[in-house]
Design a protein around this ligand. Structure first.
Ligand SMILES: [Zn+2]
Length: 491
């Protein structure tokens, strides 16, 4: 007997952790059912939760729903003070209605005639300088110090083959000029809408009026940064010819309100290893109620990211029926859509020791697109931070759903830079082995059409099985996945 144990041990040392996975108990895949996934998804992404926007009662309501579901799935609370909840303060900065904008005697109606694209507190009285579709060289050759620079928006130098281009275009135009103008001392940036930006106006207004969000230590204050304004295209001739001055004062207010991570666990069976955790990650929030598409204005976020939340509930049920050696920790993050704020908070204030988290398995949007394809982000350089973890996830794929794994979305040159857009990121930055499972973007991403009836439940089942099998191996493998040395992300 001793010899057999020795043999197993030496095999383990020779072949690493993957060989041992063959001697661990089989995962209980049959405990995950398409029916459960579908029932939970229709509930979580229903109109009654109004799109679960962070910092609203809707997010708090869905967090109550999740906690009840977590309890029913067999989880015990693992949030703060023996509850399923970890509350944190969301800092919101919002331009207020007493903000004013004038050129000469001409006053512009806030949000209708002028968009305020920078949340700031600043007063500017400055002459205008019109530079049109300015190049870097033109800006450098012009004395713009103390002036309000007027730019005509254009797609020049901007890649348009990205998701939600209409909604992102104004931000990309701003980015094209902002730092350069600040460097040369401009007092303000006024951008005149081209036809593309006119189409964007109703898309970006809800973002700009909502303002920006932070947590303690990250965007918790706003300063007197250079203001940015958008005016309609019909102002172009006037702005080219006027000798009048810009006179504006932008007021922004800052206030705090709660957002919440929902945290539960299924304890492991091994007396020692149960103090270590496989962290399953998803986000509970989405985008709330915004501009209409057709008659619908509720952004249900069925794929984004109720899909992963219901997968986590299903995985918890499987772990409850057959626990692993390590504990399974489930973190349903809040405020992901406001800038990964819940995961930034949890990774900085984990409710278990950070060193006890063996890996983070994050899912985001796992129920759409080709049923045979999926992506594993964080699986190739420079995003991979643990080859051990990636190998386990790939082995789990081979043993289970056998997806044809995408090779493009994890590349640093991919235009969506998708690796940087979900909740594994703050953990990966801390050096915790982390991967991101996804069925990637689709044409209904961040629209009211991301609804329960558009989910492919067989695909969702396959993705759930993949994440579960990966977590099962991690839970039972005596050896923890190691982090690669010298990992450096390109952003
Ligand atoms: Zn998401």
């Amino acid at each position: 007997m001793k010899n057999k144990i020795l043999l197993v041990c030496s095999l383990l040392i020779v072949n690493g952790s993957v060989s041992l996975a063959q001697v661990i108990k089989k995962p209980l895949v049959g405990a995950i059912t398409t029916e459960d996934l579908k029932t939970d998804l229709y509930q979580m992404a229903g109109d009654h939760f109004n799109g679960r926007e962070a910092g609203t009662l809707d997010e708090l309501k869905v967090s109550m729903w999740l906690a009840k579901k977590a309890e029913a799935a067999g989880m015990v609370p693992a949030g703060d003070d023996g509850t399923f909840f970890q509350f944190f303060d969301l800092y919101r900065h919002q331009v207020t209605s007493n903000t004013n904008f004038k050129i000469g005697q001409k006053s512009y109606d806030l949000w209708k005639e002028v968009l305020v694209a920078e949340t700031t507190n600043v007063k500017v009285d400055a002459p205008l300088v019109y530079l049109g579709i300015a190049t870097k060289e033109q800006i450098e050759a012009t004395d713009i110090k103390g002036k309000a620079v007027v730019i005509l928006a254009s797609q020049e130098g901007i890649a348009n083959d990205i998701s939600l281009f209409d909604r992102r275009y104004p931000g990309l135009v701003r980015t094209k000029y902002y730092d350069l103008l600040v460097k040369y001392g401009a007092a303000a940036l006024i951008i005149v809408a081209d036809s593309d930006a006119e189409k964007s106006w109703s898309q970006v207004e809800p973002q700009m009026t909502r303002g920006i969000y932070g947590i303690e230590g990250l965007r918790d204050k706003i300063g007197a940064t250079m203001p940015v304004f958008w005016l309609h295209g019909d102002q172009l001739e006037f702005l080219k010819n006027t000798k009048e001055m810009l006179s504006t004062q932008v007021f922004s207010e800052t206030y705090k309100y709660p957002s919440v991570n929902v945290v539960g666990k299924i304890e492991g069976t091994d007396p020692k290893l149960k103090n270590e955790y496989v962290l399953f990650s998803g986000h509970q929030d989405h985008d709330g109620v915004r501009q209409k598409y057709g008659q619908d204005s509720i952004y249900n976020g069925a794929d984004d990211n109720a899909s992963t939340c219901v997968a986590m509930l299903a995985i918890a049920r499987a772990f409850k029926k057959q626990p692993g050696k390590r504990s399974a920790l489930f973190v349903f993050h809040g405020s992901e859509e406001r800038g990964l704020l819940g995961s930034r908070w949890y990774s900085a204030h984990p409710t278990v020791a950070e060193s006890a988290i063996v890996a983070v398995l994050n899912g985001d949007m796992i129920g759409r697109n080709d049923i045979n394809q999926a992506a594993l982000l964080g699986s190739s350089s420079p995003h991979e931070n643990s080859s051990d973890l990636v190998n386990i996830a790939k082995k789990a794929n081979e043993e289970g759903p056998k997806f044809d794994l995408d090779k493009l979305w994890d590349k640093p040159e991919h235009p969506e830079y998708f690796f940087f857009r979900s909740d594994h990121l703050p953990y990966a930055r801390k050096g915790i082995p982390s991967v991101f499972f996804t069925s990637v973007l689709h044409s209904q991403y961040h629209t009211p059409m991301d609804e329960s009836e558009n989910i492919d439940y067989l695909k969702l089942h396959k993705m759930t099985e993949w994440i579960y099998r990966t977590g099962w191996m991690l839970s039972n493998d005596p050896i923890r996945p190691k982090t690669l040395p010298n990992v450096k992300f390109e952003r």
